[in-house]
Design a protein around this ligand. Structure first.
Ligand code: WTA
Length: 661
């Protein structure tokens, strides 16, 4: 990492280096939503009733009978008997409270266009689109897929679905046509909302043909709604069963749709994510627990107030965008900022320009972005007035202390606490992080488990490890926004998350997040990364098996192993080790085909950083590929013991190739 940011300020850096913990700035604490440190004890003593506090952030059509029902554990049920609607909670009630003119969404396109939706305007358009979806035939419990970039119509479509009780399944726009088809087939989704394209670095990027290509592989009839983002820049045609978004909305102008009454445990959405096998998992989230928990953590961790302007720079195509661009902030009635494009267009200060222009109070981003900012230099944030900021957050991957300190100093001006939030698609909301008005911060350590969250660091047998030792995360008590199952795959749900430490016979269930971690004396947890075959590229989760199966599908490839290697900016990058088939040469041509196949199967985020051709892969005597060794080679680490290998001689050969690049 470059040293340029510390030059000329040795005093502060020295202090930062030696100071292990940072107290939250007094000015922040004075106004923070949560400041009482006894909250940890209260939640422990009142568990599970403590979660009524989260439920109190919602408006219920019918009160719930019980906070937690454990009869079907590990499919826990929360707030049973309760009835509510998520769209009502994110929109109508704020309008009814006289906040219709408050801004719900500030959207900025990459070219600089701005669109503002007040709560009243957002509600109106959600109503109109909900009416349109109904007319297209969408009924309660039908899964509606969205394959869209960061345009306001994406959260509008999500909320319209929530309004009529149709679960949404958002597929990240950067995923490939294949990935879209797999997800629509897996969820039997007959409806798609997509977009003609979007802008990247000033260029209009076509998107609809990718959606259409995906649709050709969908095994059932579909109806598609297309948002026209590119206007005259790129023309598009609509096929049979395809409808223009603006026309649909115009045809339903002024209509309202009564929010459908949903049971607390009715599905709100599905989100596909990567796991150990090649098949993505459809994580199922339900209405009440998810919404209550994301609202609660937006209040307690992100410290959001209705008056705030808040910006999370994630993409709504990932869980972070669902929970902390759309549902949590809107449930609280906050102004949420959406930005379409990249941080370096037209210049590397674009993010800071946005913070300055909109007077952003709370900013939430990924460590990979911070590492890029750090590399670009402090002169970019220095061009702007960032004094509106009150709190900063990070999510998605571990943050190294140096990046943490850069963020603290150059973005937060040492006035803003940082919350380093560990959580997962499956957890729905924050799990490990500091409460910014209560806790000291330790750069690099996410913090303790949140109040009411029983998170531990354990060894392979499930016993808690000593302070300072590495182990695995486990979560020993359920929480409201936990996944309920993997869609139509209860078996895999149990297998993936509930076999490692649970004792089914004794009906004792412990959730296994598949992350390594260490815990300090003070209960602060440093997350070390995935222990399964998932890699984290720029905060995006990728299954190595998914990448491997795309590679071995290439003609001329006999075998492949994919691992994550350290990367200065991305955190981890994809490394592919490939054995060519007899009669094929490993070279540029084969490499190009491999890369194309990976991009077609998953998307550009899965592009290998390096493809290394080798006649053999390092294997144990029992024939297992030694992945750890391949990871060490990719990361340039010193190699451990290779004596258990059947073919130790291949290691040097591979190493030479990687280093030679
Ligand atoms: C990793 C993203 C360290 C972790 C919200 C987890 C983190 C995976 C952090 C989930 C963090 C997320 N520190 N690692 N603050 N946040 N992770 O499902 O490995 O896309 O298991 O959810 O990201 O990724 P997912």
């Amino acid at each position: 990492m470059s040293e340029e940011d510390v030059r000329g300020d040795g005093g502060l850096e020295a202090r930062l280096e030696e100071q292990e913990t940072f107290e939250p700035p007094a000015e922040f604490v004075e106004q923070a939503n949560v400041t009482d440190e006894s909250i940890y004890e209260q939640f422990e003593q009142e568990w599970p009733e403590c979660w009524e506090r989260a439920a109190d952030f919602l408006e219920w059509e019918q009160a719930y009978d019980e906070v937690l029902v454990e009869d079907d554990a590990p499919t826990y049920q929360w707030f049973t008997g309760g009835k509510l609607n998520a769209s009502y909670n994110c929109l109508d009630r704020h309008v009814e409270d006289g906040r219709g003119d408050a801004v719900a969404i500030e959207w900025e396109g990459e070219l600089g266009e701005q669109r503002t939706y007040t709560y009243a305007e957002l509600l109106a358009e959600v109503n109109e689109f909900a009416a349109a979806l109904r007319e297209l035939g969408v009924e309660e419990d039908d899964v509606v897929t969205m394959y869209m970039p960061m345009v306001p119509e994406l959260p509008i479509a999500m909320l319209a679905c929530a309004r009529i009780g149709a679960p949404h399944s958002v597929v990240f726009a950067g995923f490939s046509a294949d990935a879209l088809a797999t997800r629509m087939n897996s969820s039997d989704s007959e409806y798609l909302v997509t977009c003609d394209g979007y802008y990247r670095r000033g260029d209009a990027l076509e998107h609809l043909s990718k959606a259409n290509e995906g649709l050709t592989d969908v095994e059932h009839e579909t109806s598609t709604v297309v948002v026209d983002r590119l206007g005259d820049d790129v023309e598009h045609d609509l096929g049979a069963d395809q409808y223009d978004y603006d026309e649909l909305v115009a045809a339903h102008e002024g209509e309202t749709v009564e929010p459908v009454t949903r049971d607390a445990e009715d599905m709100l959405f599905l989100m596909y994510t990567s796991g150990t096998t090649g098949k993505p998992k459809g994580v199922k989230h339900t209405t009440a627990g998810y919404l209550a928990y994301t609202a609660w953590t937006s209040h307690a961790v992100l410290d959001l107030e209705p008056e705030d302007t808040y910006w999370c720079s994630a993409d709504i195509g990932w869980i972070t965008g669902h929970s902390y661009i759309v549902y949590g902030p809107l449930a609280l009635g906050t102004t949420t900022v959406m930005y379409e494009g990249t941080p370096d267009y037209p210049d590397k200060d674009r993010f800071w320009e946005i913070v300055d222009d909109y007077d952003v109070d709370v900013f939430y981003t990924a460590p990979t972005a911070i590492r890029a900012f750090m590399k670009w230099g402090a002169e970019y944030p220095e061009k702007h007035d960032l004094s509106s900021l009150r709190l900063l957050g990070t999510v998605g991957e571990p943050i190294n202390p140096r990046a943490w300190k850069w963020y603290y100093k150059h973005i937060g001006d040492e006035q803003c606490p940082i919350v380093d939030t560990w959580w997962q698609t499956e957890t729905g909301g924050h799990i490990i992080t500091t409460l910014p008005g209560v806790c000291d911060m330790k750069p690099g350590a996410a913090g303790p488990g949140l109040p009411g969250i029983d998170v531990r660091v354990v060894d392979a047998a499930g016993e808690e490890v000593d302070a300072g030792e590495a182990g695995y995360l486990s979560i020993d008590k359920p929480w409201p926004s936990m996944l309920r199952t993997l869609y139509r795959n209860d078996e895999r749900f149990i297998e993936e998350y509930w076999t490692e430490y649970s004792d089914p016979e004794a009906d004792e269930w412990v959730y296994f997040p598949e992350d390594g971690a260490k815990i300090d004396d003070d209960g602060y947890i440093t997350v070390l990364g995935r222990v399964d075959d998932v890699i984290n590229v720029s905060g995006h989760r990728l299954g190595t098996m998914e990448v491997e199966s795309a590679i071995v599908g290439t003609q001329g490839v006999a075998e492949a192993a994919v691992v994550g290697g350290d990367h200065e900016i991305k955190g981890e990058a994809v490394y592919a080790y490939v054995i060519p088939e007899d009669g094929y040469e490993g070279g540029d041509e084969l490499e190009d085909e491999i890369v194309d196949n990976v991009v077609d199967a998953i998307g550009p985020i899965a592009k290998p950083e390096e493809v290394v051709f080798t006649p053999e892969l390092p294997k144990t005597r029992s024939g297992k590929i030694m992945r750890r060794l391949l990871e060490d080679i990719a990361s340039g680490n010193e190699l451990g013991n290779t004596s258990t290998l059947r073919n130790p001689e291949v290691v040097e050969d591979i190493q030479r190739q990687v280093q030679g690049e």
